[in-house]
Design a protein around this ligand. Structure first.
Ligand code: SAM
Length: 224
């Protein structure tokens, strides 16, 4: 599985992953043991480039090309925890990126539908995820700011890029009781929010400040 090598070798990656989980996740406020187990299992180093592989388990985002990033491990865990997955859910992810967050979701949900606007990133993520055995993921290359109506409703929706406001299409594609977690705000400061659907009403909670790349598209920040 670990085709990628740096001077650490596969055992070094395992050790780095263990330390990441202990210090950056459990050592902070990640308490959902299923999220902890998923982060301990997914080999983050195979989702990053050769140039950054030695930093794969460090406490910060990394560049993945095309002006995009793989999110910090803690943010991936925090957003996943906020979705409150208990197995069996159908989850929509907007912003496949490297596919790392997709893998964490695929560990915890029945099926993941992931949308990415950059073809090359989607293809690369699909190749990586299939190579390590995930077969519960559907991929689309499209403007995910309007969701993926074909498979709606979703029990949970995760957006990994920041929107100027909560996209109405995503709210409409939530199942009753479903949770939508996303960053909302301007270019340099955003708030991570959770929107929970209760019938025709939506309850919004502010979780924490954060910084993400922009959600491009019709219900995002417009065209690139
Ligand atoms: N979660 C990803 C990971 O683990 O690597 C990181 C995602 S990165 C922070 C945000 C991604 O959202 C980028 O790959 C970007 O191309 C994508 N994106 C931005 N706007 C989008 C849109 N309207 N539809 C789909 N993807 C979009």
């Amino acid at each position: 599985m670990n085709a990628r090598r740096d001077t650490r070798g596969p055992l070094g990656f395992q050790q780095a992953r263990r330390e990441m989980v202990e210090r950056q996740l459990a050592g902070r406020d990640i308490t959902d043991q299923r999220v902890i187990a998923a982060a301990a299992k997914v080999p983050r180093h195979i989702f990053v480039s050769e140039e950054t592989v030695s930093q794969a388990y460090e406490d910060h985002p990394l560049h993945i090309g095309f002006g995009q990033t793989i999110s910090q491990p803690y943010i991936v865990a925090l957003m996943t925890q906020a979705l409150g997955l208990s197995r069996g859910e159908r989850v929509l992810e907007i912003g496949t990126g490297s596919g790392y967050q997709t893998a964490v979701l695929a560990e915890l949900a029945a099926r993941v539908y992931t949308v990415e606007r950059i073809l090359e990133l989607s293809l690369r993520a699909k190749t990586t995820l299939e190579k390590i055995g995930y077969d519960n993921i559907d991929y689309a290359v499209a403007d995910g700011s309007v969701g993926w109506a074909e498979h709606a409703p979703y029990d949970a929706i995760l957006v990994t890029a920041s929107a100027p406001e909560v996209p109405e299409s995503l709210k409409a594609q939530l199942a009753d009781g479903g949770r939508l977690v996303l960053p909302v705000g301007g270019a340099y400061s955003q708030i991570l929010k959770r929107v929970t659907r209760k019938g025709d009403s939506f309850v919004t909670e502010d979780l924490c400040p954060c910084i993400f790349v922009r959600l491009i598209g019709k219900e995002g920040h417009g065209d690139a």
